[in-house]
Design a protein around this ligand. Structure first.
Ligand code: ARG
Length: 452
């Protein structure tokens, strides 16, 4: 029995070049590949109107049981893909054929690796996006709790980095939390694109078998089937690019948070301190405690933007139908996810450990920060706004320092320094957690049912 499946004649260097990183990257897809195959085989066993079944119900059950074992092993990291296998799809087929003989050779009936990898990637993506969303929520929660813990410690609000108006640490922290939570919208858009089933499109042009594509959509828990087989093959890469776009935007948000933290923890500002164990030293300057982790967040944001650009560049000139270029999209989106998810986790840790020097924050309030408040006080006494503005601007030297605490407390409208409602964030976090948990649960239930 031949255990390698195709390309027995390929030059070893060509094989190595074309296989690329698949033997490593595809390990992440192993569990999802087993799930997709279990659904495909179940569908094949249920096909009506064939002279003889492709596989019987009993055979399908045998395959599912074996797939369950492979998936379990793969879940523990014990899944090997050989260069001769090329990728996870052939490695699974090899294992099934070693175990089940001819039955293993039947599982690829009516399917191509083109629709197989597309379905694997989408299942993997759905799972990863949900986990990334949960991590966004945890970072937002860490920011909200940090803001709440510090309370309304006044902080100079800045525009073009110049002192502008009285703000608070709480406003700064929950403002960044809100930015992070808003990023869930982009991730959700990417999730909705990933939640479409390409399976059954085969090489991209259908097969002369009465495939029941809605059956695998149901079994795998997809929102719907991608109707057109050619369209299904073209959709590969598009959802990767959409996800990378969401991740690039998320990383830009995280990078701005990192940049604020770098600035505000500089000795010249001294508002925040990073605990020492979150800083790295210098090999020559003994006094150094550098915020390297935050600098790397900035550089990683640039990298993810690069990954997005790489994905779109790879796609934009590609002709319709499957092209091997698409294989390289796998690294791009997996790398983007890895970077974004580790960044979310490290930032949540940093934010939770952040210390605030309230005295330094207060000491930074030069009288100019109160100029707008002073002009508005004149408005309250009847002066038209533009006159009040000029009176203050013409005599900036007369501005007296005001009480920052009173100044921040005086702004009570929605979302202003004295009007921030933590419940707004807590409620959004709770809703997002619930929705993520429900969908992860549904995915796990679909997996469990298929391997039964
Ligand atoms: N590893 C391949 C990929 O990721 C699987 C699909 C191979 N299809 C093909 N026509 N060569 O794209």
């Amino acid at each position: 029995m031949k255990s390698t499946i195709t390309d027995r004649t390929v030059d070893p260097d060509v094989l190595a070049y074309t296989v690329g990183q698949d033997p490593v990257l595809d390990r992440e897809l192993a569990v999802w590949d087993c799930m997709g195959t279990a659904a495909h085989v179940t569908m094949l066993a249920n096909l009506k109107g064939l002279k003889r079944p492709v596989v019987t119900m009993r055979e399908a059950a045998l395959v599912r049981k074996e797939l369950g074992k492979i998936a379990k092993q793969a879940g523990k990291g014990g899944f090997e893909i050989r260069v001769e296998d090329q990728d996870v799809h052939m490695a699974v087929e090899r294992l099934l054929t070693e175990k089940l003989g001819d039955l293993g050779k039947k599982i690829h009936t009516g399917r191509s690796r083109n629709d197989q990898v597309a379905v694997d990637v989408r299942l993997h993506m759905k799972d990863s996006i949900l986990r990334a969303e949960a991590e966004v929520v945890e970072l937002a929660a860490a920011l909200r709790k940090f803001g709440g813990r510090i309370g309304a410690v006044p902080l100079v609000g800045r525009t073009p980095l110049q002192p502008a108006m009285p703000s608070t640490v709480e406003m700064w922290a929950t403002g960044h939390a809100e930015m992070a939570l808003d990023q869930l919208e982009n991730l959700e858009a990417a999730y909705r694109l990933a939640d479409l089933n390409p399976l059954g499109s085969a090489a991209g042009y259908g097969v002369p078998l009465p495939l029941d594509r809605e059956c695998t959509t149901r079994l795998l828990g997809f929102a719907r089937t991608i109707h057109n087989c050619f369209g299904a093959s073209m959709a590969r890469g598009e959802c990767e690019a959409a996800l990378l776009s969401a991740l690039a935007q998320l990383m830009a948000v995280l990078s701005r948070l990192a940049e604020d933290l770098i600035l505000f923890s500089m000795p010249e500002f001294g508002y925040f301190t990073l605990p020492r164990e979150y800083c790295t030293g210098s090999s020559i300057m003994p006094q150094k405690f550098n915020p390297d982790v935050l600098e790397l967040v900035r550089s990683k944001a640039a990298q993810v933007l690069g990954l997005q650009t790489a994905a779109l560049s790879l796609l934009h000139a590609m002709p319709g139908g499957y092209n091997r270029d698409l294989q390289d999209c796998k690294f791009l989106y997996m790398q983007g996810l890895e970077i974004a998810r580790t960044t979310l986790r490290i930032l949540a840790k940093v934010v939770s450990a952040l210390k605030v020097d309230a005295q330094k924050c207060r000491a930074a309030f030069a009288p100019g920060v109160f100029a707008t408040d002073a002009a508005l006080a004149k408005v309250a006494a009847g002066t038209p706004w533009r006159d009040a503005y000029h009176e203050v601007r013409d005599h900036l030297e007369r501005l007296a320092a005001m009480d920052p605490d009173a100044a921040v407390a005086a702004k009570r409208h929605e979302g202003a320094t004295g009007g921030i409602d933590h419940e707004v964030y807590a409620a959004r976090e709770a809703a997002a957690r619930k929705s993520v948990a429900a969908r992860l649960g549904a995915l796990a239930a679909a997996k469990k049912a298929l391997f039964k």
